[in-house]
Ligand binder design. Structure first.
Ligand code: HEM
Length: 396
């Protein structure tokens, strides 16, 4: 859906995807599952033989475990399926397909032909590689996940109750609203748009928190004072403005999709004295909007307080409401990210659970983790996955 031109097809796809993925009801239905998956991460860091000693002493690369958590969250919502462990062959296969897809899409070969048509013939082998991967990857989703739901839906003379997102989507196919290919592309879109972006943001948030122990402390104090020992759940995130400011500051300084997704104006437009011909590729530099030192004080500092003080008007809205065009990590308007409704609470909960259970520190001999960036065609992610020491906090 993310790359579909604006029009009837996009409208239909967005409508069909909204009910199973992007409503408050979905958040309410699944938030206790998200919390359980996050508690499993905390539990592994404390007690899992293969993880806990490392996590306590030399440090552990947390990305892989968070990746398992997020795959479990998204695959349970999508297919009512989960993965056993980081060694589960299905998990290994799913992550292999998705990271290969990500590598190809991040490549700058991806679009130079759009700008220099003469070079297009040289793209052929790259495009063949993309097509080959797409075929194998979609077959994997279809054979192991979508088909299984089709069979469950067809059992009992088709009287099966809708149980997960895929059932809604297959239902739309049965009603003739979308095709079999559309179903597979929805699965492909969620695998890319939902999982990778959210993991990059988690990695950035954790790395910044490791380098800013005082911010970890402030989050802990806020949780203690505001919740007074109550468990942290999606429904009480509203009571934790400093935690939410930390999530926003992560998305500001490390905008995961810095240029958003390319847009296109259907009609000729006049803007700032320029004529923009119809069907131009319009690229918005959301990173610069969020990091321009003329608009943000100490723009290159990780400083969540800015969202509570000087930048108090800067709001992320799930739907409607006031929008500050300085801060658009999820885009804005019709084509903005519908996943914001899931991504913000998931990020807030993960940070809250890690910070209340552990002091997160750099590995022995280091006083910071490396925050170098690696840019790709679409994303801005951390160059080296951080190794983090997790010192357990004992609660009385
Ligand atoms: C931190 C996490 C995330 C970030 C930073 C992010 C960011 C974005 C951005 C920048 C766009 C393009 C907006 C534009 O060009 O105006 C987008 C589109 C999209 N995102 Fe996200 N996203 C995140 C998480 C998610 C999640 C969790 C889901 C789904 C469960 C999701 C689903 C989508 C979809 C379907 C689109 C295409 C929307 C359309 O074209 O109508 N995203 N996202």
């Amino acid at each position: 859906m993310a790359f579909t031109s604006y029009g009837d097809h996009w409208r239909k796809m967005r409508r069909i995807m909204t009910l199973p993925f992007f409503t408050n009801k979905v958040v309410n239905t699944y938030s206790s599952m998200w919390e359980k998956e996050m508690d499993n991460v905390v539990d592994d860091l404390k007690h899992n033989e293969g993880i806990s000693l490392k996590a306590k002493n030399e440090g552990f690369v947390i990305r892989k475990r968070l990746q398992l958590m997020l795959y479990n969250i998204m695959y349970r919502m999508m297919f009512d399926e989960g993965f056993e462990s980081m060694e589960d062959p299905m998990f290994i296969e799913a992550t292999m397909y998705n990271s290969e897809r990500s590598r190809l899409a991040q490549s700058f070969e991806y679009n130079y032909g759009d700008f220099i048509p003469l070079l297009r013939p040289f793209l052929r082998s790259y495009l063949d590689e993309c097509r080959d991967l797409q075929k194998r990857r979609l077959a994997f989703f279809n054979n192991f996940y979508v088909d299984k739901r089709r069979k469950i839906m067809a059992a009992n003379g088709g009287k099966h109750k809708i149980h997960c997102a895929m059932d809604h989507i297959i239902d739309a196919e049965i009603k003739g609203e979308i095709t079999e290919d559309n179903v597979l592309f929805i699965v492909e879109n969620i695998n890319v748009a939902a999982i990778e972006t959210t993991i990059w943001s988690m990695e950035w948030a954790i790395a910044e928190l490791v380098n800013h122990p005082e911010i970890q402390h402030k989050i802990r104090v806020e949780i203690d004072t505001k919740l007074g020992g109550k468990p942290i759940t999606e429904s009480n995130l509203d009571e934790l403005p400093y935690l939410q400011a930390t999530v926003k500051e992560t998305l500001r300084l490390h905008t995961p999709i810095p240029l958003l997704v390319p847009h296109m104006n259907l009609e000729e437009a006049k803007l700032g004295g320029y004529t923009i011909p119809k069907e131009s590729k319009v690229v918005v530099n959301a990173w610069w909007l969020a990091n321009n030192p003329e608009w943000w004080s100490d723009a290159d500092e990780f400083h969540p307080e800015r969202f509570l003080e000087e930048e108090e008007t800067t709001e992320l809205t799930v739907s409607g409401g006031k929008v500050d065009f300085k801060f658009l990590p999820f885009g804005v308007g019709r084509r903005s990210c519908p996943g914001i409704i899931l991504a913000l609470p998931i990020l807030g909960l993960v940070i809250a659970k890690l910070v209340t259970n552990f002091e997160m520190k750099p590995p022995p001999g280091k006083n910071k983790v490396d925050l170098s960036e690696k840019g790709g065609q679409f994303s801005l992610h951390i160059a080296k996955h951080s190794t983090v020491v997790f010192n357990q906090i004992i609660h009385n």
